[in-house]
Every structure is written in structure tokens, then in C-alpha cells.
Design a protein around this ligand. Structure first.
Ligand SMILES: NC(=O)c1ccc[n+]([C@@H]2O[C@H](COP(=O)([O-])OP(=O)(O)OC[C@H]3O[C@@H](n4cnc5c(N)ncnc54)[C@H](OP(=O)(O)O)[C@@H]3O)[C@@H](O)[C@H]2O)c1
Length: 239
């Protein structure tokens, strides 16, 4: 494997497990230095250690705006500049019929899936613009376009997140900052373990699910294109 991302610095949110961990591993394997963000300090430190000296664990609850600002500042200080690659991946999923979505669950879903990506973009964008360089990768979902029952909170957050990505695409074209939306179908991660209590009528089966590494490969593809090429959107589903 050639170190195509040697000298590049990346941030991956939700990097303690699942798709985010697979993305962090793929970027590190390609030579990037990676800041991994999640809440669980122990797991995060252990996973970062496995990636070797080029990984930086950053413990942060992304629902806390002040903590997000501090994390972004700490990462900029550690790297000496804003990240070359920001992957907004952290997400939460708690499917329920609309009458069973508590206002708190709705707000929490929007905070993690939509507001946190905005806050990180907001924190890093001025310095990225000044530098004329960067790549913002947004992890959407098949449900950022398609309406499924029991998915009110998640759909509201992911349709909104896709909207944010599409507006960034228009605002940042020609600035040297690239933007990519990667939208996977059901993927085999722990996110499905937390769905057991939900009102969801039918769970996707394992054979309907992508592996997290497939999503990581899509991210790697987007961020390793020549500078003049922007991959606007990649949508993945199990063949
Ligand atoms: N799995 C799927 O079927 C699927 C399909 C389409 C899209 N996606 C999207 O892919 C992304 C990753 O999903 P996944 O399946 O890998 O989920 P996962 O296995 O549940 O992992 C979620 C990650 O986000 C972190 N996280 C959650 N809340 C956080 C918070 N408040 N602050 C900081 N970190 C937080 C978790 O770490 P801590 O708990 O340690 O904080 C964990 O690292 C999400 O945006 C999800 O919507 C998933």
C-alpha cells in the first residue's frame, strides 16, 4: 500500500467503533495523521493506540457546543493548521413511530447527526478557507433521501445534513475545499444493537448489510482523487 495520504491530517468523528473506526483505520493506513473523536475515553484511547503514533484520541461529547469548539481548537493546535480532511461520521439512530419519539430523543438525534457536523464545519472553515485547501466528508445515509416508517427523527437529521452538504458544495466550489456526501445503506455495526427496543417493524438482515470497510473505501476513494476532482456524492448499498 502506498502512503497516498502521507503528510495529510484528518479528523474523524465517531471513530471509536463502526464506520468511523473503519474510516480512521483506512485513512491511517494510507499515511494520514488522524484525530479520532468520540465520548468513550477508554475505547477511543485503545483504538487510537492500535493505529500507532499517527493517531490522536480526542474525547468529546459532540452534543456539547462548547466541548466541540474546544476539541476543534485542540486539534488545530496539535496539527498546526486546520485538518486537510474532516469526516463528519458520528451519528445516532433510534427508530420509533412519530408518536413515540420523545422531544428529547428528537433533539438528541438532531444534535448529534446535524448540529455537531455544522459546529465542526463552522469551527474549521475560516482557517480552511484562508488556507485554500481542505475536504469535508459527510456521512449521510440511504435515509437522507428516502422516507422509511419509524424514521422521523433520523430522517429529519439526515435530510437536513444532506441539505447542509449540498449548500456547502455550492458555496465552496472553486475555493480549494472539496465536499463529499457518502450515503450508505444498512451497514453491520453496533448501531443496530441499540435498535432492539424500538418500534421498528422490520430490521435489515445481516445479508442485507454492507461491511463498514466498504464505506471506508468509498471515503478513501473520494479523498484520494486529484485536487481538481470533486466527488459530490457516493451512494452505497449491498449488492
Ligand atoms: N450502520 C448503518 O446501518 C448506517 C447506515 C447509514 C448511515 N450510517 C451512519 O454512519 C455513521 C456511523 O454509524 P455507525 O453504524 O458506525 O454507528 P455506531 O457503531 O453506533 O458508532 C457511532 C459512533 O459515534 C460516536 N458518537 C455517538 N454519539 C456521540 C456523541 N454525542 N459525541 C461523540 N461521539 C458520539 C460513538 O462513540 P461514543 O459512543 O464513544 O461516543 C461511535 O464512535 C452515522 O452517522 C450513521 O447515521 C450508518
Amino acid at each position: 500500500v502506498t502512503a497516498v495520504l502521507a503528510g495529510r491530517d484528518a479528523v474523524v468523528t465517531g471513530a471509536s467503533r463502526g464506520i468511523g473506526l473503519a474510516i480512521a483505520r483506512a485513512l491511517a493506513r494510507a499515511g494520514a495523521r488522524v484525530a479520532l473523536i468520540a465520548r468513550s475515553a477508554q475505547t477511543l484511547t485503545a483504538r487510537a493506540a492500535e493505529l500507532g503514533g499517527n493517531a490522536l484520541p480526542v474525547v468529546c461529547d459532540l452534543t456539547d457546543p462548547a466541548a466541540v469548539t474546544r476539541a476543534a481548537q485542540g486539534i488545530t493546535d496539535a496539527f498546526g493548521h486546520p485538518p486537510d480532511i474532516l469526516v463528519n461520521n458520528a451519528g445516532t439512530f433510534g427508530p420509533r413511530p412519530i408518536q413515540a419519539i420523545t422531544p428529547e430523543l428528537f433533539a438528541e438525534t438532531v444534535r448529534v447527526n446535524l448540529i455537531a457536523p455544522f459546529l465542526l464545519v463552522h469551527a474549521f472553515l475560516p482557517a480552511m478557507r484562508a488556507r485554500g485547501h481542505g475536504h469535508i466528508v459527510t456521512i449521510g445515509s440511504i435515509a437522507d433521501r428516502i422516507a422509511y416508517p419509524e424514521n422521523g427523527a433520523y430522517a429529519a437529521s439526515k435530510f437536513g445534513l444532506r441539505g447542509l452538504h449540498e449548500v456547502m458544495r455550492t458555496e465552496l466550489r472553486g475555493t480549494g475545499i472539496r465536499t463529499t456526501l457518502v450515503s450508505p445503506g444498512p451497514t453491520e455495526t453496533d448501531i443496530w444493537a441499540s435498535v432492539q427496543e424500538s418500534g421498528m417493524r422490520r430490521f435489515p438482515t445481516r445479508t442485507e448489510m454492507l461491511h463498514p470497510e466498504a464505506v471506508a473505501d468509498a471515503v478513501l476513494y473520494a479523498v484520494t482523487q486529484p485536487e481538481a476532482v470533486n466527488i459530490d456524492e457516493l451512494r452505497l448499498s449491498r449488492a
